[in-house]
Every structure is written in structure tokens, then in C-alpha cells.
Design a protein around this ligand. Structure first.
Ligand code: BG6
Length: 482
């Protein structure tokens, strides 16, 4: 279904995110017929560029980051036709009159994507309002990092609130746009099977792993000031945890869902220092030039920033009291794998012989790669042998279940940008959620600073430091295989 015509201004339109994610996402929605031909995309940045040279830059970016763009030559030409460029000064007045002239229509949705450093959010919001561009058709889209602690996040929220209503602010967490993340809600709230078991009486524990094989790459300067806790846990992992743990919202609408997520964050218990492990990756022994150790990669030989974190937390409410939630994420790990596992308890009593074997049901929700959901079920091992129990997966891998043409794969940014145009905030973080998340993470990070905590080294392409495995072994559990 096509969305309404819109004008989308991408501040930071020549930047990395615009080239890698935003523009390719728009192009794919254009090819799919969802983005109307009358929509307009306006790149805005500091560089002095003509429309033609910006359009050329977009074409190059699409060839690089949107495989298959060439085979859509006609569509590519039409798409480039809706693109223009304005040279703009976020801190001054240059370019604003020209931008205002371009945005003329009254009844169109106007979206302003702040793909820029957070220090420019305020100046941009102020100028949008000053030039009459912050009317009620306007929406702003902001990217993480949304602050670096509670204080800075509050200040950012307050700045944006001066010029825009909360219903106009779309804070992106691209994990919420991933297909399986929404499927998680469909599985939980569209089936009778799971919800009655979805509590501490039946669930032994929950694991959330987001493992990456990449290192910090060219983002060393940003990353060394952030670390895995700020870069991944405060946003992506906590959002996943919220969707797993929240109460069923009354409706699938933005505030009903976000109210429930907020309650989860507010019910999170503080993390005890011995329930958290930090790590920093070592160099790849076979190719240290290409894959140096963390400190070399960020150019800070004394860095104490973590590239890995594993922790155990609890949610203090009736549903989850006593059920541990284990979270881990890291760079340069064994595989690229993001998975949420709900590990159910053993049956209360086994009627079979002791050596028959005993298994726990595990519902695993795989975000990437190979999106899908698997439920481990215990059955009898086929064959003439006696009663021996084995664990087999009930596999709902989407590619297999739906066939190659059964489901259109839509990248997180495609979905989220279209949601901005449609005015649907369900998959975006509300200001109070972001603040509550910082409120929980701040003391953890402060504790490390106060104690002078040094992250533990871990081998490149491994499961992280040994202490991470010990975190679960101590509880007679183990991490799922990455
Ligand atoms: C980003 C982080 O938000 O998410 C990156 O800043 C990380 O450090 C990335 O690599 C992971 O996203 P995805 O979609 O590749 O899992």
C-alpha cells in the first residue's frame, strides 16, 4: 500500500548512514511501489554541491549498498528524479531560505531526518521552527546515540520538546524494525500456546545474545567513548528484553506498547557488580594487521572501554520474580548471531528411566542471520531401542516455511522510514523510555569508573572472556551456542 506523498529532508545527507542505509531503504520502497513518485527527497549538508553532483553521489551509493540497483535501471532513473540538494548550515542561516522554498505544500507530510551528531539536534530543531517548518505535519527522526547518560538524554529531550511535540519525534532503534522482532510480538500475542507459560513458574531463564564478528572498524573514536554498554545494551538489548518481558498491551498501538515497555525498564533490578563481565578483544593471531586488538583499533593503548559485556539481571514484578535474564553482546565474536532464547523449566517429574535423558523446551527467536523461530520439543528417539528421549526442533525458519517468494524481506530502515511517513510511532522509542534505560545503565557504568574496572581480554572470534561462561556456570546453566 503506497504511503501518502511526502517531503523528506535528510540532514547529513552526504554522510555514511544516509549512503548506507537511508537512501538504499528509500530506493527499495520506491521500487516496491510504496514510495509515491510525487514524494521528494532533499539531501541537506554542509558541502557545496549541485543537485546533479548530489544525485550522482546517491546513484553511486545505491550501486554500492543496494545490490541489484543496476538491474532496476528505469526505476533508478525515476528515483534519482525525486532527489535534490540544499547546502545548509545547521548552526547559521545559510541555506534555510532555499530549504523553506522547497517545502511549500500544505497537506504533505514533512519529515526531517537528523542523521547528524547529537550536538546539532538542538540547532536544527530551533531553525526548523524559526522558519515555520515545525508545523503539525512535520516529524523529526533522530538516531542514536540519544545522549550518553541520563543527564544528557534529559537535556536532549528537553531541547526537542521546546520545538516539537512528543508525537512528532521518532527516535530510531533499528532493532525494533527487524522482521523477527515484530514476529516475536505476533508469536507471543497471536497464539494461545505460549502466553500462559510466559512467566517465572514455567520459564527457567531467558538469554539474549547479540554477537558480531566485526570489530570497531573505522568508528574507533565514537566507540571508545561509548563501549558495548552504551552502544548496544542501553538500546538494542534493552528493547528486546522489553518486548519479551512486557505485559500484553491492550492494543497494538504506540502508547499502549510503549507504556508496557516502560514498566519493564522501571522494574529492572540494579545489576550487582559480580553479575557483569566486561571484555576487550585481542588481535587475530593470524592477521593482526587487518584485525588488530581493541586498543590498537581505537588508537588508545590504555583504553578501559568494553567491546563485550555479559550480565545477569532480574525484573522485580509478579510475572518474572526469580527468573534471571542473561544478556550478552560483543564485537569480534565467533559468529554473527542475534538470538533470544526462552529456556523453559524441566518437567516437574520424569516418568521415564533415569538414563532416558531429559530436555528442556527452548523457544529461540533468531534475529539474524537466517531469521526464524525454533521450538525444541522432546520426543522419543525413533527406532527399536527402548524409551530414549531426544530434543528435536520445531522449525519455523521463515525462508523454509514461506518459500523463496513467500515473504518479502524488508530491511529495518525501510520499515521504520515508512512508519515515520505513516505516522506510526509503535516501533520508536518514547522519551521517557530512553531516560528510564539510562537510569538503569548509568550506575553500572559509574560503578566501573569508581572501581577502576579493567575489561578482561578475550580471543578474537571467540565466545568472549571465560568469566562470561562462568556467570552462567555458577547458576548451573550455560550460554546457548553462538
Ligand atoms: C549499531 C551499533 O547500533 O548496531 C553498532 O552502533 C552495531 O556498533 C550495529 O554494529 C549492529 O546492527 P545490526 O543490525 O548489524 O545487528
Amino acid at each position: 500500500i503506497p504511503v501518502d506523498p511526502f517531503d523528506l529532508v535528510v540532514f547529513g545527507g552526504t554522510g555514511d548512514l544516509a549512503r548506507r542505509k537511508i537512501l538504499p531503504a528509500l530506493f527499495r520502497r520506491f521500487c516496491a511501489g510504496q514510495m509515491p513518485e510525487t514524494a521528494r527527497i532533499i539531501g541537506a549538508a554542509r558541502s557545496d554541491m549541485s543537485d546533479a553532483s548530489y544525485t550522482q553521489m546517491v546513484a553511486d551509493a545505491l550501486r554500492e549498498f543496494s545490490p541489484g540497483a543496476q538491474s532496476h535501471a528505469d526505476r533508478l532513473r525515476d528515483f534519482l528524479g525525486v532527489i535534490s540538494y540544499v547546502r545548509i548550515d545547521a548552526m547559521g542561516e545559510a541555506g534555510w531560505a532555499e530549504l523553506t522554498q522547497k517545502i511549500t505544500s500544505v497537506d504533505r507530510v514533512e519529515a526531517y531526518y537528523f542523521s547528524v551528531a547529537p550536538s546539532l539536534f538542538g540547532p536544527l530543531a530551533e531553525r526548523l521552527q524559526g522558519h515555520g517548518l515545525a508545523d503539525r505535519n512535520a516529524r523529526i527522526v533522530v538516531e542514536k546515540p540519544f545522549g550518553r547518560d541520563l543527564e544528557t538524554a534529559k537535556a536532549l529531550n528537553a531541547t526537542l520538546a521546546r520545538y516539537f511535540d512528543e508525537t512528532q519525534i521518532y527516535r530510531i532503534d533499528h532493532y525494533l524494525g527487524k522482521e523477527t522482532v515484530q514476529n516475536l510480538m505476533a508469536v507471543r500475542f497471536g497464539n494461545m500456546l505460549f502466553e500462559p507459560l510466559w512467566n517465572s513458574q514455567f520459564v527457567d531463564h531467558i538469554q539474549i545474545t547479540v554477537a558480531e564478528t566485526v570489530g570497531v572498524g573505522g568508528r574507533g573514536e565514537y566507540y571508545d567513548r561509548a563501549g558495548a554498554m552504551r552502544d548496544m545494551v542501553q538500546n538494542h538489548l534493552m528493547q528486546l528484553l522489553c518486548l519479551i518481558a512486557m505485559e500484553p498491551p491492550a492494543r497494538f498501538d504506540p502508547d499502549a506498547v510503549r507504556d508496557e515497555k516502560l514498566k519493564v525498564i522501571r522494574a529492572l533490578e540494579p545489576v550487582e557488580p559480580h553479575h557483569i563481565v566486561r571484555g576487550q578483544y585481542n588481535a587475530d593471531p593470524d592477521d593482526a594487521d587487518t584485525y588488530p586488538d581493541y586498543r590498537t583499533a581505537v588508537g588508545n593503548p590504555r583504553s578501559r572501554t568494553e567491546s563485550f559485556v555479559a550480565l545477569k539481571t532480574h525484573i522485580a514484578n509478579w510475572r518474572w520474580a526469580g527468573t534471571p535474564f542473561y544478556l550478552r553482546t560483543g564485537k569480534r565474536m565467533r559468529e554473527r548471531s542475534s538470538e533470544i532464547s526462552i529456556v523453559f523449566k524441566e518437567t516437574p517429574h520424569s516418568i521415564f528411566a533415569e538414563d532416558a535423558g531429559r530436555h528442556r523446551n527452548v523457544l529461540s527467536i533468531k534475529l539474524q542471520p537466517n531469521e526464524g523461530i525454533t521450538l525444541g520439543v522432546t520426543i522419543k528417539e525413533p527406532g527399536p531401542g527402548g524409551m530414549r528421549l531426544i530434543d528435536v526442533p520445531l522449525d519455523m525458519t521463515f525462508a523454509e516455511a514461506l518459500g523463496p517468494d513467500g515473504g518479502e524481506t524488508v530491511d529495518a530502515y525501510e520499515r521504520l522510514i515508512m512508519d515515520v511517513i505513516r505516522g506510526n510511532q509503535t516501533l520508536f522509542m518514547r522519551g521517557d523510555e530512553v531516560e528510564a534505560a539510562w537510569d538503569w545503565t548509568d550506575p553500572i557504568i559509574q560503578g566501573w569508573t569508581d572501581r577502576g574496572d579493567v575489561p578482561k581480554p578475550y580471543d578474537s572470534l571467540s565466545d568472549g572472556p571465560d568469566a562470561s561462561a562462568q556467570l552462567l556456570v555458577r547458576d548451573k546453566r550455560e550460554w546457548r551456542k553462538i
